[in-house]
Design a protein. Structure first.
Lengths: 173, 150
């Protein structure tokens, strides 16, 4: 079996992703800074940007179909790794539904009213935080006493609406 | 890309038929069937060792994962709900408060957890199903792995 430049590219790409993951496991996950959503997001986002730039650069100096296919494959691989990681991280951190399931896991059986009462307070705290986060992300803005979408918010909402109508979903939130 | 668009369109058609499995399982069903077709087609055209074959599979998986991530985010996100409501009309703080009514939010979550088979409801009492228990154990391990506070 011989290893050509394409196989080497895949080995280098996989090694990079392994080092990225092991660095988190061995050192970074114990740092308080890496408990914040923003830092963990940028840890993956910056890595994906650099990885994509290097892949495109290699495509540029080796402009053939095989190099392009390999580069796109590797960029997709980073995407799969990062989305899986970030989704698991955020679900484990504080998903509302997972919190409800965990509460039931420790109490065995609970009435619907009791559960609603327990999680009512969490919802109230989230309510305030969400509005601030949306405003800080420049997705909504306050004009006089009314909240309205910004241009960026309107673009994102169009994407959301398209996804909902595609999947025929009528109840969200 | 054509296989991915095919998967999204099949999913859209299946979603309108109101069949029993939940929306994510429906997509997994459609996505994996078309994915198997894609692997067969790529294998036939390029062979197992060709970079085109692996690139095609990886790009397809990435697109499917991104699609599932986005639509589950929109379904469950309270912020997405607010943004969609704001696209119809501006809202005051009072409107926002009504929209965010926490009791309704929790009740909607409970309904969804029952409908996907993670909770079992009888006579107003809720308990975890086997799948629910498995999921709780999995996320307890994940919480420890990511060093999230309990």
């Amino acid at each position: 079996m011989t290893f050509g430049p394409i196989s080497i590219a895949y080995v280098v790409g996989l090694s990079y992703l392994s080092v990225h993951f092991l660095l988190y496991v061995a050192i970074l996950r114990d740092r308080p800074l890496f408990q914040t959503e923003k830092v963990i997001f940028f840890y993956h986002f910056i890595s994906a940007l650099v990885f994509t730039a290097v892949a495109l650069f290699i495509c540029g100096i080796l402009p053939d179909a095989l190099a392009t296919a390999t580069a796109l494959g590797l960029v997709a691989l980073h995407g799969i790794y990062s989305i899986s990681f970030l989704e698991l991280w955020s679900l484990a951190q504080g998903s509302y539904s997972i919190s409800i399931l965990t509460e039931l896991g420790s109490k065995s059986i609970l009435s619907r009213e009791k559960l609603i009462e327990t999680f009512f307070q969490i919802g109230n705290t989230k309510k305030h935080n969400r509005t601030i986060a949306l405003s800080e992300s420049v997705l909504i803005r306050r004009v006089d006493d009314r909240w309205q979408l910004t241009h960026r918010g309107r673009l994102l909402t169009r994407l959301f609406t398209a996804l909902l109508s595609l999947s025929d979903i009528r109840r969200i939130g | 890309m054509a296989f991915f668009i095919g998967a999204v369109l099949c999913h859209a058609a299946l979603s309108r038929m109101h069949l029993p499995p939940n929306i994510v399982l429906r997509f997994l069903l459609v996505g994996s069937t078309l994915g198997a077709g894609l692997v067969w087609w790529l294998y036939d055209k390029y062979g197992l060792a060709a970079p085109e074959m692996w690139a095609g599979v990886l790009i397809y998986v990435f697109c499917c994962e991104l699609y599932v991530f986005l639509f589950t985010l929109v379904i469950s996100s309270i912020s997405a709900n607010v943004l969609i409501n704001l696209s119809f009309h501006d809202m005051t703080d009072h409107d926002m408060s009504r929209l965010y009514d926490s009791r309704q939010m929790v009740a909607a979550r409970l309904d969804r957890l029952v409908s996907v088979g993670l909770l079992d409801e009888s006579l107003g009492s809720l308990k975890l199903t086997k799948n629910g228990l498995r999921l709780v154990r999995f996320f307890n391990r994940m919480r420890a792995f990511f060093r999230h506070s309990p």
